[in-house]
Design a protein around this ligand. Structure first.
Ligand SMILES: [Zn+2]
Length: 126
């Protein structure tokens, strides 16, 4: 019974990671004015976390400036807001908010280490 649990651990872990990244990508995509549901589907349907990688490559690289006055997403090169004309030179990059990107990665790493320790402990010759 114990061995069964160990065998299923990677699957459970992968499942949890998919849910975790799914929620994170959904929220992040919405914050960037992207289609959150679409990206959620990508993360769930593309196996082995490649959906997340895809998201990071396609959306995160596309940095935009958020207008502090009207909330419009402006292209990086814009010096002024395309909607209200607000000066965007002093605006912090939106991607700064994405610096929490290491949190899910850290959680996965910890889970992976715990799983590894679990295997070592439970299969160690008595
Ligand atoms: Zn504006």
């Amino acid at each position: 019974m114990r061995n069964n649990l160990i065998a299923f651990m990677p699957i459970i872990l992968l499942f949890l990671a998919t849910i975790f990244f799914g929620i994170w990508v959904y929220r992040d995509a919405k914050a960037h004015g992207e289609n959150g549901l679409l990206w959620l589907c990508v993360v769930i349907l593309v196996p082995n976390g490649l959906g997340v990688v895809l998201y990071l490559l396609l959306v995160k690289r596309d940095q935009k400036k958020l207008c502090p006055k009207c909330g419009t997403h402006n292209p990086m090169g814009n010096k002024h807001c395309g909607s209200c004309g607000e000066d965007l030179d002093s605006v912090r990059l939106e991607s700064d908010q994405g610096s929490k990107i290491w949190i899910p990665a850290l959680v996965l790493l910890i889970l992976g280490i715990l799983w590894f320790i679990g295997i070592v402990v439970t299969t160690w010759p008595q």
